[in-house]
Ligand binder design. Structure first.
Ligand SMILES: Cc1ncc(COP(=O)(O)O)c(C=O)c1O
Ligand SMILES: N[C@@H](CCOP(=O)(O)O)C(=O)O
Length: 549
């Protein structure tokens, strides 16, 4: 519980309910934005969410705002000016998006039929993660400069960021934090399971505060190590840990902006057929469930969303939940997760994670799903007609029980019928196999000459299936393009190598990637053992600080 005083000394009275935060597991509440950003994960193991989601009553008047001004309006609803003055927040936002290669930051283009593509890859590392991680990097810096004013040596607040990546968060976090004072970054990636370009983007950054760790395991092992470190009293007593994964609330918050922005882009681009107030669908390639969850917050704030379409690859825990109401690491029925080659050629490891052509989504358990579960449990509790405090307490207890069953038994469910129905009202889900991903890359290239990355292709195929269910209705679908195709040369080349005139280097490769493989690299291998990682983190931070102090 907070003591009623925000981290910078401002009293809680200056915060609205949407600017204070509680944990999804129910044992931590009343925190300020700065506290949740710096802590990352709640002390009870839960994830932070706002005590109330603000209704953006003026949202329609935001139609013609620039990305930066729109971001300011959205973020201000969640951040009290008493802890981050408006001018400072504006400056952080402006600097964060000045690094993007497009003036629109996240441009929307028409793909085909009623499907539009939201290009989220115009930031420094060519993936959607830059939208949140450029902002988070500057936010960390702002809070650290303020906390460290007048302090020297060991008195300075030094943040030790530990993150897990299946490829994209890693480089985006590294580019957001490289060279920043008072912060060290440790990125854990599954050795040999990220694309060659993703690996080079991370390991060729040689700033002293950047530490790449290649873990002999899968992405979930990396994510579990990060969670174990956050839960460990030892490292927590000596180091201040920070999170850059989407467990950090600031990641989700920053991503809500492009749901509004793309909606308004559509209204500006299609004034005759689409008006502000009309409904839209979003199709989102999903793994850790952070990106689509941002869309859910935009929806709860008042954006007219018809459906949020979850698009998974063959690591389909989310799709199975929407189909069965059970959230299970390994399906009780069906073929997956035994190891060896499956009928469609996908490698399934002993651990149950399948190696697909969209590796950033090769995830067994989606960490942000916990945040949605809280809202589903909260709504279910609210139907009993008790007061809000009771509803929140019930939601925290229900989420804790579900998550404990996931940990001890590998799953939970089926959830109550009403809970599943509520999830199905807002979301649809689709599972897209590797052959379908390749077909989608190929057919889009043939039909409109556009090259999709494999993650985006998973989203576009799900969007096409969703469009087929519209039965002639005109609802537009915005499909999120989460990465530049050059990051996934293997899949793109596999799909397009026989297309007349297609040539990867001239059609796809941006100059920024040329010569990356010739650069010096720095990476350390480490076993899938959180204690070994803890010791390494301590050792490397000590070494880094010696050089500074
Ligand atoms: C390119 C790409 N697409 C989609 C995803 C899935 O997004 P999320 O984990 O937020 O569901 C990721 C990884 O997070 C990614 O890197
Ligand atoms: N796909 C991600 C996995 C980590 O997800 P996050 O959004 O929680 O940081 C990646 O590319 O690293």
């Amino acid at each position: 519980m907070s003591n009623g005083v925000a981290a910078n000394g401002a009293s809680d009275e200056t915060h609205t309910a949407s600017q204070r935060y509680l944990s999804t597991r129910g044992n931590d509440s009343g925190l300020s934005f700065e506290e949740v950003v710096l802590k990352g994960l709640a002390s009870d193991g839960g994830l932070y969410i706002p005590e109330e989601v603000p209704i953006a009553s003026q949202w329609e008047s935001w139609k013609d705002l620039s990305f930066v001004d729109l971001a300011f309006n959205v973020l201000s609803l969640y951040i009290s000016p008493s802890e981050l003055p408006a001018e400072d927040l504006k400056d952080i936002i402006r600097r964060s998006y000045s690094t993007f290669r497009s003036d629109d930051v996240t441009p929307l283009i028409h793909l085909q039929g009623n499907i539009h593509l939201l290009e989220l890859f115009h930031g420094p590392t060519f993936a959607f993660k830059d939208v949140a991680l450029q902002f988070l990097g500057n936010l960390f810096e702002y809070f650290l400069v303020r906390r460290n004013e007048g302090k020297t040596g060991r008195d300075r607040y030094h943040l030790t960021v530990v993150g897990a990546t299946s490829g994209d968060t890693g480089s985006a976090a590294i580019y957001g934090l490289r060279g920043k004072k008072d912060v060290s970054v440790f990125m854990l990636h599954p050795k040999g399971r990220v694309s060659p370009i993703q690996e080079l983007q991370m390991t060729t950054v040689l700033d002293a505060n950047v530490h790449n760790l290649a873990v002999t395991g899968n992405f979930d092992n990396c994510q579990d190590i990060v969670k174990a470190l956050f839960a460990d009293p030892d490292i927590n007593s000596t180091h201040k840990l920070g999170a850059v994964n989407s467990i950090n609330w600031a990641r989700i918050l920053a991503q809500t902006v492009y749901y509004f922005y793309s909606y308004f882009s559509l209204a500006r681009q299609q004034p005759d057929s689409f008006k502000v107030g009309d409904k839209v669908r979003f199709s989102v390639p999903s793994g850790n469930f952070g990106d689509i969850l941002a869309g859910y917050f935009a929806y709860r704030m008042g954006l007219p969303v018809d459906k949020l379409v979850i698009a998974t690859n063959e690591n389909d825990i989310l799709d199975r939940f929407w189909k069965t109401g059970r959230y299970e690491k390994k399906p009780a029925y069906g073929s997956a997760a035994k190891g060896g080659i499956e009928s469609d050629g996908v490698q399934a490891h002993e651990d149950g994670v399948k190696e697909t052509l969209s590796p950033a989504m090769d995830i067994l358990v989606s960490s942000n799903f916990e945040r949605l579960l809280w809202y589903l449990a909260y709504e279910f509790a609210a139907s009993a007609g008790m007061d809000d405090e009771w509803n929140k307490k019930q939601a925290g207890q229900e989420v804790s029980a579900w998550l404990s069953s996931l940990k001890t038994k590998g799953g939970f469910g089926p959830v109550y019928k009403d809970v599943l129905e509520s999830a199905r009202r807002t979301f649809e889900s689709e599972r897209v196999s590797d052959p379908e991903t390749l077909d989608t890359i190929r057919s889009v290239y043939r039909e409109v000459g556009y090259v999709l990355d494999p993650h985006t292709a998973v989203g576009v195929e799900a969007a096409r299936r969703s469009a087929a269910r519209l039965n002639g209705a005109n609802t537009p679908i915005i499909s999120l393009s989460t990465a530049h195709p050059a990051k996934f040369a293997g899949a793109v080349t596999l799909a397009l190598k026989d297309e007349p005139g297609f040539e990867f280097d001239s059609k796809v490769l941006p100059p920024e990637f040329v010569g990356l493989d010739k650069k010096e690299k720095r990476v350390r291998e480490v076993a899938n053992d959180w204690k070994a990682v803890r010791d390494l983190v301590k050792e490397e931070v000590e070494e880094e600080l010696k050089g500074q102090r």
